[in-house]
Structure formats: C-alpha cells, structure tokens
Design a protein around this ligand. Structure first.
Ligand code: GRF
Length: 213
C-alpha cells in the first residue's frame, strides 16, 4: 500500500461532502487527519467524531480579525500534518497568508459550473438566470472567490428545475463523486498545470483509463 496523503477538511454545515471523503478516500489514498469547522455544533463535526478524526472549531468571532483566525487555523492544520486542505462546504474566505502555508494544496467544491455563479447562493443564482444545465466544479483555491484553476467539472441537465432544494438534491451525488476523485488524483500526484497555460490542469490518468497501452 502506498503512503496515504494526510488531508484536512474544512466545514461549516452538514458535512455530506466530508462524509463522502470519509467513505471513499479516507484510509485509502488519503487519511483525514483534521476536520475544522467555522461553526460550533456543525453536524459535520459529529461525522468526524464518529470516525475518530480530531476536530476543532475556529469561529471568526473568537479572533480579533480574519488574519488571526487564519493563522490559528493554519497552525493547527500544520501541527496535524495536513498536506492538502479540502474546503467541503466551508463558508469562510481564506486570506493569502493561509494559502501560502499550503501552496497549490487547497481545493474547494462549488455547486455551479464555474466561472458561472461564484460565491454564495450559486444554485439560487443559476435558477434566477434560468439555466437548463447545472453543474459542479472542484477547483484549486486562490485569493479570489471561486476563481482558482478548475480540476474537475460535471454537468446535469435540469431544464424544468424551479426549486433550489431540487437542484441541490441533483447536484449532491455529483459533488460526492467529484471531490473524492479530485483528492485521489492529487494524492497520486496526477494533477499538474499545463506549462502553456497554468490555469489549465492536466490530469494524468492511468493508461487503462485512457485506453492507451
Ligand atoms: C455543498 O453544496 C458545496 O458545494 C457548498 O456547500 C455545500 C456543503 O454541503 N460549497 P455539505 O456540508 O458538504 O453537506
């Protein structure tokens, strides 16, 4: 068995994406070594507890400013040995000093086909626009809002969708497939930036998956 990549997962809410990671890559390509929440009592924390994963809460109000919160958070994640930070429903922005602690190693899952509908309320934004195709994006995190290089995307046609709950229910399985897949690719060292366009991520798939060899 090759080495497992130590990963941290940041959450704020229900934690279904965390659960998907715990049920798939945890103990295989990766080991979830820390779960940090921006919200005390978030249900996601119980999911981590249930698997014996250390948890901590870093609520914005506990710190004088966001920078101090980011520093405390980064220190804890580094103490736990995290080499990849996964934002899974984490509803806070992270500043550049935090990102510099984990260069090229912070990823996020977002419920839209970026660059359409970044930020909060992505599904509501898409419904208001009247789109017929919805999607999910897993991307590297930069200092902007949902603006980092795309790793994986998947779409679903919902031409008659009206309610956010309906769209969310349809997107959930896509998120729960794509996020663990991206973590596994990262853990295998299978992601690299295209030298001609560093925003473009080249995915090195095993020969069997490409149909070659
Ligand atoms: C997901 O829809 C994710 O795309 C968004 O927040 C939601 C988190 O859900 N950023 P959960 O906490 O993983 O269930």
């Amino acid at each position: 068995m090759s080495e497992q990549l130590p990963i941290a997962v940041l959450v704020s809410g229900t934690g279904t994406n965390l659960q998907a990671l715990l049920d798939t890559v945890h103990g295989r390509e990766a080991e979830v070594v820390a779960v940090a929440s921006s919200v005390a009592g978030a249900p996601a924390l119980e999911r981590a507890d249930a698997r014996g994963v250390p948890t901590a809460v870093f609520a914005r109000a506990q710190y004088p400013d966001r920078g101090a919160r980011d520093e405390a958070l980064a220190d804890w994640l580094q103490e736990r040995g995290a080499r990849l930070v996964v934002l899974a429903g984490y509803m806070e922005l992270l500043g550049e000093p935090f990102l510099e602690c984990f260069p090229g190693a912070v990823i996020n899952v977002h419920p839209s086909l970026l660059p359409a509908f970044p930020g909060v309320g992505a599904i509501e934004q898409a419904l208001a626009y009247g789109v017929k195709v919805f999607g999910v994006t897993v991307h590297f995190v930069d200092a902007g809002v949902d603006s980092g290089p795309v790793i994986l995307q998947r779409t679903i046609e919902l031409p008659d969708a009206r309610e956010p709950e309906e769209v969310l229910a349809a997107l959930r399985p896509l998120e729960h497939a794509l996020l663990p897949q991206a973590v596994a690719l990262f853990a295998r060292g299978a992601l690299r930036a295209d030298p001609e366009n560093p925003r473009r991520q080249i995915v090195d798939r095993p020969a069997a998956q490409t149909g070659e060899g």
